[in-house]
Design a protein around this ligand. Sequence first.
Ligand code: FMN
Length: 246
Amino acid sequence: MSSQFNLNQPMGIGIISLLVLIGSLFLVSVSTAETTSTGSAVSGEQSIQLPEPDHDDAKSLDYALETRRSIRDFEDKALSQGDLSLLLWSGQGITNTTSGQRTAPSAMRKYPLTLYVAISDVTAIDPGVYAYRPADHSMVKYLNESGKDTVLKALGQNQVLSAPLTIVAEANYTCFQGTPMTEEEYSRFAALEAGHVFQNMLLMETSRGMAGTPFTGFNVSSVENALKTSQDHHVLYAMTAGYPKK
Ligand SMILES: Cc1cc2nc3c(=O)[nH]c(=O)nc-3n(C[C@H](O)[C@H](O)[C@H](O)COP(=O)(O)O)c2cc1C
């Protein structure tokens, strides 16, 4: 699996700096942002290279299916970058660099989803909202800490206040333009895909000692305003991630 990611490859024009944390298991780089692979209107200024997903120490799929539960209380402990890397990879990671196919299936391979990560407490990453960019397994900074607080407030669930991070899935319906699909199909297919993506991430959480809860109990317009979504982009689903309170 490690060969799927070109983590040491230069990230294109405009590299500002590279920070290596000696003695740790992860690499953080800061560079000029481009856009997410889905073409979402993300215009952040920094990207953070996530560490390569570590596929050792995974619990079995059967174990994850058997023991997954929705957990809403979290330890007061930062999520590691390694666990964040696994989480995002399980949701939207690219598993075939030639075709661009990902961990989750996608109708007509349109991949309409962007995963926004509202980070409150992840090791060595500033709080804020970041967009996951599958193409190079990185995150693009999208909103600062106060923007993140606005998104969490719009989500309106207590669990997001103690969770180290909350992931919000947004669908870009313009991905489907030019296909024979109808508007009703745009939303149905994107929602079905979000279900696959979130189940992957929920099972990954259980497999690695994390936990969280998927949720839809929020006012979509408020969250879209807080996230400053573009026209034809729609928020579908959210979930928390952290370490379960013992
Ligand atoms: C589509 C969907 C929406 C959900 N929305 C919420 C929510 O708004 N708030 C919440 O606390 N849990 C939410 N949940 C989690 C359910 O309450 C939870 O899955 C259910 O109680 C079963 O428990 P389990 O996930 O531990 O098996 C949602 C689950 C799904 C699938």
